[in-house]
Design a protein around this ligand. Structure first.
Ligand code: ADP
Length: 453
C-alpha cells in the first residue's frame, strides 16, 4: 500500500504539473471536511505551513447557521479567525479528483494555543492522557450508509420525497446485488486504498440500498482521519456517478438505521493489553476496567455518538441498533459486544454510534470514559446473554437528544476529562438542534392533523 504523500514528493508533482490543487481541510463539529482549495503552487511555496478560517466554523450547525450562546465566538466578538496549521503527516493524493492532493489541519488561536473544542484537538487530548500511562488506543470504525438511485441535486429538488434506494431488496452479504453497485463501491475501495487508507472491504448491509465499508484498525487519530476521508470520498464518488449517499442515522422510520460501530483496544509496545490468555475469555483486568468505564458513563457521552434529533430514531428494538447499556459476548443486541474472545484480537465493539457521528468526538468520549474506568479500577458487571432488547432491568440508552444533552451537561466525568468550556460548547450545540427542531413544523404533523385534528 502506498504511504501518505511526502512533502517533497508533492513538490515534485507540482513542479511537473501532475498536481495543481491542494485541499486544506479542518474537521468541523459535525465531522466534515471544511476548508479551502489552494493552488498547489501557492501551497508548496509557503501556504503549506498555515492558513486561516473563520471562528464560526467551530460554532455552527449542519446548515452553517450562526447561533448565539457560544462563549468561544459570537457576533459580539466579531467572528474573527483561527489559524489552521497543516499536519503534513496527513498529506495525501485525492485519486478521484484529477490533479488534487489534500491535507488535514489542526486549529489554533492567534497565540498558538490549540482550540480546545476543535474535534481533532479533543481526540488528541484523550490520546495523550492514555499515552501518559503507557497505553496506545487502537480503533476501527465501521461506515454504514445508504446509496440512492438519484443524484443529491435531484433528491433535494424533489424535496427529499419518494427516495429510491439503489437496490430493491435487503442486500446483506449479497454478491449479486452489490455487483450492481460496483461502479460506486469499487472506486471507493480502490481510491481510498491508493491514498494510504487501509481498506479491508465493503459489503451489502441489512436493508435495500445499504452498504458497509470496513477499514483496518489503526491508532485512534489515524482511525478518525481515515473515517472522515472515507465518508467524504463515498459522498463525492457517489455524486460523480450520479447517485446520492446518506449517512443519516435513520432516513426512514420503516427502514433500519445506519450505524458506525467502534472497535477498541489498548496497546503497549506492539501488544494488545486487552489480551490475557490466563483469564476468562482471554480478557485482561485492564480491559474489564476500560469496559466498565464505557458502560458506567455511556449515557454521559451518548450525545457524542448521536448528535441530532434524528439519531435517536435508530435505537429501536429488533433493528440491530442497541437499546440497553449492557455488554455481551459476540451478541449484536447489546450496546457493547465483546469480539475476538480468547485471541489476541480481543476488543470491545461499541454499537451505540450512528453513521452521523463525528468520529473524533465519539472516540475522545469513549477514551475518557474507559480511562476513568481504569482510574477507578471499576469491576465489570456480569456479561448479559440472550436478547438484550427484552432486558427490562438494565439502563436504556438516552431516548432522545434532550436527555442526552442533559446527561452531557451534567457529566462530571466529561467535564474533568475535557474541560467545562468544551462540554458547555457541545451542550449548546445540542441545545441549538433542539431549539430548531422545536420551532420547525414537520411533514408528519401536517399529514397527521391537517384534516383530522
Ligand atoms: P463485525 O463483526 O462487527 O461486522 P468486522 O469483522 O466487520 O466486525 O470488523 C471488525 C473490525 O475490527 C475491523 O475493522 C478490524 O480492523 C477491527 N479490529 C480487529 N482487531 C482489532 C483490535 N484489536 N482493536 C480494534 N479493532 C480491531
Amino acid at each position: 500500500m502506498s504511504k501518505n504523500l511526502k512533502f517533497d514528493t508533492l513538490k515534485a508533482k507540482v513542479a511537473d504539473g501532475a498536481i495543481d490543487t491542494v485541499l486544506v481541510c479542518l474537521i468541523d463539529m459535525q465531522g466534515r471536511l471544511m476548508g479551502k482549495r489552494f493552488h498547489a503552487r501557492a501551497f508548496v511555496d509557503g501556504g503549506y505551513d498555515e492558513t486561516h478560517c473563520c471562528t464560526y466554523l467551530l460554532a455552527t450547525d449542519l446548515e452553517m447557521a450562526t447561533p448565539d450562546g457560544y462563549a468561544s465566538t459570537s457576533w459580539e466578538q466579531g467572528y474573527g479567525d483561527y489559524t489552521m496549521k497543516t499536519d503534513l503527516e496527513t498529506l495525501r493524493l485525492v485519486p478521484w479528483l484529477s490533479g488534487t492532493a489534500m491535507v488535514i489541519c489542526d486549529i489554533f488561536d492567534h497565540h498558538g494555543h490549540p482550540i480546545a473544542h476543535a474535534p481533532r484537538a479533543m481526540l488528541q487530548k484523550q490520546i495523550a492522557r492514555l499515552t501518559d500511562i503507557g497505553l496506545s488506543p487502537t480503533m476501527a470504525t465501521e461506515l454504514e450508509f445508504f446509496l440512492f438511485e438519484n443524484s443529491l441535486d435531484e433528491i433535494a429538488k424533489g424535496g427529499f420525497r419518494d427516495l429510491t434506494p439503489i437496490s430493491g431488496y435487503n442486500e446483506d452479504y449479497h454478491i449479486l446485488q452489490t455487483t450492481k453497485e460496483e461502479h460506486v463501491m469499487r472506486p471507493v475501495r480502490n481510491h481510498l486504498f491508493e491514498m494510504g487508507i487501509p481498506i479491508e472491504g465493503s459489503k451489502g448491509e441489512a436493508e435495500a440500498g445499504q452498504e458497509e465499508l470496513n477499514i483496518k484498525y489503526a491508532e485512534a487519530l489515524a482511525c478518525a482521519d481515515h473515517h472522515t476521508i472515507a465518508k467524504h470520498a463515498i459522498k463525492e464518488i457517489a455524486w460523480q456517478q450520479g447517485h446520492a449517499a446518506t449517512f443519516l442515522a435513520k432516513w426512514h422510520h420503516d427502514r433500519v438505521g445506519s450505524s458506525s460501530h467502534v472497535h477498541q483496544s489498548l496497546w503497549q509496545g506492539g501488544k494488545s493489553m486487552f489480551y490475557d490468555p490466563d483469564r476468562p475469555l482471554g480478557k485482561s483486568e485492564l480491559m474489564d476496567q476500560y469496559m466498565a468505564g464505557l458502560i458506567k458513563y455511556a449515557a454521559d457521552y451518548t450525545y457524542f455518538m448521536a448528535p441530532y434529533v434524528n439519531s435517536y430514531k435508530r435505537f429501536a428494538k429488533g433493528s440491530f441498533a442497541p437499546t440497553r447499556i449492557i455488554w455481551s459476548v459476540d451478541n449484536r443486541t447489546a450496546a457493547f459486544r465483546l469480539c475476538g474472545e480468547g485471541t489476541e484480537a480481543i476488543r470491545v465493539e461499541c454499537r451505540i454510534p450512528g453513521a452521523d457521528m463525528n468520529p473524533y468526538l465519539a472516540q475522545a468520549a469513549m477514551l475518557a470514559a474507559g480511562l476513568k474506568g481504569i482510574e477507578e479500577k471499576l469491576a465489570l458487571p456480569e456479561a448479559f446473554s440472550g436478547d438484550a432488547y427484552a432486558d427490562e432491568t438494565s439502563a436504556h440508552i438516552p431516548r432522545n437528544l434532550r436527555d442526552a444533552r442533559d446527561a452531557l451537561h451534567g457529566s462530571d466525568m466529561l467535564r474533568a476529562a475535557m474541560g467545562d468550556a468544551v462540554i458547555d460548547h457541545y451542550a449548546r450545540a445540542a441545545g441549538w438542534e433542539l431549539e430548531e427542531f422545536d420551532r420547525v413544523v414537520t411533514d408528519w404533523e401536517i399529514a397527521r392533523g391537517f384534516e383530522r385534528a
